[in-house]
Ligand binder design. Structure first.
Ligand code: ATP
Length: 237
């Protein structure tokens, strides 16, 4: 049986620059998996490769269905939501409008209204700010909105690129608690890139360490967290 997400032998290129070299990874349905590694290792590129946002060779499948070679729009329709670094909310639109845009590929109007209320229950701060322009929200609120907007797709898999970036520790803690709930209660599988390895290893069950566009190490998150050699060589703590 194939894994939920399976990427095999990925080579990815920015023009002439090769950023991934035969990278393979897999994750099981319903889990949180984290991609760790130094700046420039290829973590963001791996998420981009999964969404076909960069020229990539190799194969990627979701639930045994090939997604590699399909358009980014099609991959989104197949249930992959990507929250890029820097969040990517529409700054001049309101919180409410951002959430509705997240549901763009859906036609079940009733379901969309229900899900907006669900997001407000999960992220109470967004309810308070529902009419406010996204660009005027704090960094933490914008990250919450980016995650909520992605969830409006009802994704099977959410790709998160450095959700903790630039946020105060308490806000990061709150955000990661919510990510844990989204995973447990809604069954959304999460592939998360993080600079904050300690934090990511706490919520993930499996971890990959990327170095120079290749998998340098992989294993159960608990084991990776306890491996002194890995910590010293790749994680810097
Ligand atoms: P960071 O945490 O700094 O974002 P990362 O692990 O996510 O690091 P990537 O952004 O995936 O790293 O970058 C992998 C490699 O690809 C790096 O060597 C980087 O310089 C290169 N790269 C990234 N974006 C581009 C681009 N637009 N054009 C050319 N090279 C790029």
């Amino acid at each position: 049986m194939s894994a939920f997400l399976e990427a095999k032998d990925l080579d990815a290129f920015y023009g002439q620059v090769q950023a991934l070299h035969g990278l393979s990874l897999s994750m099981e349905r319903g889990t949180i998996t984290t991609l760790l590694g130094a700046n420039g290792a290829g973590k963001t590129t791996t998420l981009r490769a999964i969404c076909n946002m960069i020229r990539t060779s190799g194969t990627i499948s979701l639930n045994g269905q090939r997604i590699s070679g399909r358009s980014t729009e099609r991959i989104v329709e197949m249930g992959v939501a990507h929250v890029p670094q820097g969040r990517g909310t529409f700054t001049t639109l309101s919180v409410d409008e951002n959430l509705r845009l997240g549901a763009m590929t859906r036609t079940d109007h009733r379901g969309i209204e229900d899900d907006i209320e669900k997001m407000f229950a999960r992220f109470p701060i967004l309810k308070k700010r529902r009419s406010q322009q996204a660009g005027t929200l704090s960094g933490g609120e914008q990250q919450m909105l980016a995650v909520a907007r992605a969830l409006m797709l009802r994704p099977q898999l959410m790709l998160l690129d450095e959700p903790s970036f630039g946020l105060a520790p308490l806000v990061v803690q709150e955000l990661f608690e919510i990510l844990g709930q989204v995973n447990r209660d809604d069954g959304v599988s999460i592939l998360v890139v993080e600079q904050n390895a300690q934090l990511a290893l706490k919520i993930a069950t499996k971890a990959y360490v990327i170095a120079s566009g290749r998998i340098a190490m992989s294993g159960a998150a608990e084991e990776i967290a306890q491996d002194d050699e890995v910590r010293k060589s790749y994680l810097g703590y």
